[in-house]
Ligand binder design. Sequence first.
Ligand SMILES: Cc1cc2nc3c(=O)[nH]c(=O)nc-3n(C[C@H](O)[C@H](O)[C@H](O)COP(=O)(O)O)c2cc1C
Length: 188
Amino acid sequence: MSKAHLDPPMAARLLEPGPLALLTSRFRSAENLMTQGWLMTVSMDPAVVAVAIHPGRLTHEYVGRSEFFGLNIPTADLLAAVHCCGIESGRDGDKFARAGLTPVDAQEIDAPLVEECVAHIECGVIERMTFGDHDLFVGEVLAVQAEEEAFQERWLVEVDAGQVLHHLRADHYAALSRPYRARLPEDD
Ligand SMILES: Cc1cc2nc3c(=O)[nH]c(=O)nc-3n(C[C@H](O)[C@H](O)[C@H](O)COP(=O)(O)O)c2cc1C
């Protein structure tokens, strides 16, 4: 897949419609990934994003220790893998192998990326906060890449390649398929 290298502020545009991500992490030589639904943009300049991770996840341990994480954006063709990575733990075996996904080197972070995903956001942890049952890891965006068939300044949700996934509940998921262009009432 040929992915365009984008400026860090484009991380906000990649996260704009609230897509699910596969969060990748590495501690020493052990690599893991988990499905991440709670994620958001915090700042455009500098580009900063945040993810909420429960302390019980293996991912929490790896991100807490390494202070790096990758956000890899999957599309609808990866639904089974996304669901698997959200209900099974890396403590029970190699989840990349289990989900049929391929770890590849990142540009800037000491964590793998998921080759099959159409976009990647590489982050270094700059802050960590606890409000309740999840911990918020705030990450400075260090590198961004996106597949041009899927993303050109915005997600191309009208084509298969741009069908990023959203979580509804339990094993129910959805993809956006119809973009609308807004006009003001006086333009009609
Ligand atoms: C759609 C979906 C979204 C999820 N979002 C989050 C999340 O934002 N934060 C979190 O801590 N766990 C989330 N989970 C749960 C973890 O992905 C799950 O507990 C996973 O097995 C943890 O794997 P690990 O122990 O290998 O890190 C989500 C699960 C699903 C199915």
